[in-house]
Design a protein around this ligand. Structure first.
Ligand code: ZN
Length: 133
């Protein structure tokens, strides 16, 4: 069901500093987007079929702020691209994988997303992502 790695989500305290670092590596900033439902500002850098997705909290209540508080900055989630998200969720559940999101919800970049529970995935927060492009 997984096609490729859609993106790697990286939690940063300061979006501008994060952007400056990846630009030093020669990556091109594609877009910056705010996702109010997640209280984050997101910057995208395409790398082949994959994107680096920098996530900076816009509020102390943001899940990303809580992540940084607990674990510090760094890789926060891994997103796999799938063709059919509802079906991928059904198949995951049938495999006994715990879901955080039983239904797809809107994510950044016009994608539909859903998270699998890290307790079922060996500690990795995995997102399934139906990309819009
Ligand atoms: Zn993501």
């Amino acid at each position: 069901m997984v096609k490729h790695i859609s993106h790697i989500g990286i939690a940063v305290k300061d979006l501008d500093e994060g952007i400056a670092f990846y630009q030093k590596l020669g990556l091109e900033l594609e877009a910056i987007e705010e996702v109010p439902s997640q209280m984050v500002k997101v910057a995208f850098f395409p790398v082949g079929d994959t994107r680096i997705e920098l996530l900076a909290p816009t509020s102390e209540d943001s899940p990303i702020a809580k992540f940084i508080e607990k674990k510090g900055e760094g890789i926060q989630h891994l997103a796999f691209a799938v063709d059919d998200l509802p079906q991928a969720l059904q198949e995951s559940e049938a495999e006994g994988i715990r879901l955080i999101d039983k239904e797809p919800r809107p994510g950044a970049h016009g994608a539909d997303i859903a998270f699998l529970h890290p307790k079922s995935t060996g500690g990795v927060l995995i997102e399934l992502c139906k990309e819009k492009h």
